[in-house]
Design a protein. Structure first.
Length: 361
């Protein structure tokens, strides 16, 4: 059993049951006499595992048949390049909604590959941080696609309704929210997510793409970033991240055993509410984000007296609560509470926060 609760934003904690299973079959997988990471990705036994992982993900997210699921390299940032390379033809522009640091980084990268229209939707005032409602986004009806990030990992901002783009393909960076609640995949042209938060270890990136968007890549697209090439070769044009794929498969099985995404969403709501209540009821801790835009996965909070930050971090770590330091861009603290974080972890954090407040105010 893990001795700490790990609140890292990613790579994040994995379910203990998954780690235990991986450990148990680490050196002898399915009686092959070797580790799954030592097997050819072209072997029948590996391909069967890979297909099962994809089928489980399709079931968990109810992915329609006219979508391809790709298991890629390159992380979220790899997709910052791959999306425009594959979806932005010459002579067209793409709309990039900027709600925080990751959507901004996606827009900056995309500018290397075409005409990008950046739309900043942050609405900051002295009291709270809010976002422009998606119905008021000034979208270009002729855009090749609209890109947005439903959950900003650094800023703790969530857009929890799917924007209406009136037929313009919608692309979402779901790196820090995928599988945390139910999503109607058919509303999206493309969804991508780095694995290292809610899926498995780093090194794997999931792309879910509607089939009609394949085959329009810019000429200069590197073959390993070309979605069509990847789809045509079942994500095995080059050697895929085989061990990460296997671990993702174990996470998908674990999710199914727990009742799937719907069941997970219920627990995630309870966890987030518990932590926000603890922050809001004290004037020792702060979170200024308007409630409807508060993330359920990444919860930043600030100590009113930031000279106590180091003390908070060293004492929380000593109490077995790991990696609570906020991202360097925003400071303060951040608790990332993805699917693998049990309710007990959030309860332990809330109890620690109350004790720390008592002793330091
Ligand atoms: N998008 C989001 C929303 C993220 O949280 C991150 C990483 N934390 C990235 C993109 C970048 O992912 P990677 O480091 O895998 O390139």
């Amino acid at each position: 059993m893990s001795k700490v609760f790990n609140f890292c934003a990613g790579p994040a904690m994995l379910p203990t049951a998954v780690m235990a299973k991986a450990q148990q079959e680490f050196v002898n997988w399915q009686d092959t006499g070797c580790s799954v990471m030592e097997l050819s990705h072209r072997s029948d036994i590996y391909i069967a595992m890979a297909k099962k992982a994809e089928a489980d993900l399709r079931e968990l997210m109810s992915i329609p048949d006219n979508y391809q699921v790709l298991f890629c390299h390159g992380g979220g940032r790899g997709q910052f390049s791959a999306v425009p390379l594959n979806l932005l033809p010459q002579g067209k522009s793409a709309d990039y909604i900027v709600s925080g640091s990751w959507s901004k980084a996606a827009a900056v990268e995309a500018k290397n590959f075409g005409d990008i229209n950046t739309i900043n939707i942050n609405q900051d005032n002295d009291i709270s941080l809010s976002l422009l409602a998606s119905s008021d986004w000034p979208l270009n009806p002729d855009a090749a696609y609209v890109h947005y990030c439903p959950n900003e990992t650094v800023n703790g901002l969530e857009i929890n309704t799917i924007p209406e783009t009136h037929g313009v393909p919608l692309v979402a960076d779901m790196s820090s929210t995928i599988l945390s609640h139910e999503v109607d995949v058919s509303k999206f042209a493309l969804i991508y997510a780095g694995a290292q938060k809610n899926i498995g270890p780093s090194g794997l990136t999931i792309v879910i793409i509607r089939e009609d968007l394949l085959g329009h890549a810019q000429i200069a697209t590197p073959c390993i970033m070309n979605y069509k090439t990847s789809a045509d070769h079942n994500s095995m044009y080059n050697t895929p991240p085989t061990y990460a794929w296997y671990l993702a498969g174990l996470v998908f099985q674990w999710l199914k055993e727990l009742g799937g995404v719907k069941a997970m969403a219920k627990v995630n709501k309870v966890k987030a509410e518990l932590l926000y209540q603890a922050i809001d009821k004290s004037d020792f801790y702060l979170n200024h984000i308007e409630s409807q835009y508060r993330s359920k996965m990444n919860i930043p909070f600030w100590l009113k007296d930031d000279s106590l930050n180091d003390k908070f971090l060293s004492e929380s770590e000593a109490a077995g609560l790991m990696a609570l330091e906020g991202h360097r861009m925003v400071g303060g603290m951040r608790a990332s509470i993805y699917n693998a974080m049990p309710l007990a972890g959030v309860q332990a954090l809330v109890a620690f926060m109350a004790k720390f407040e008592q002793e330091n105010k």
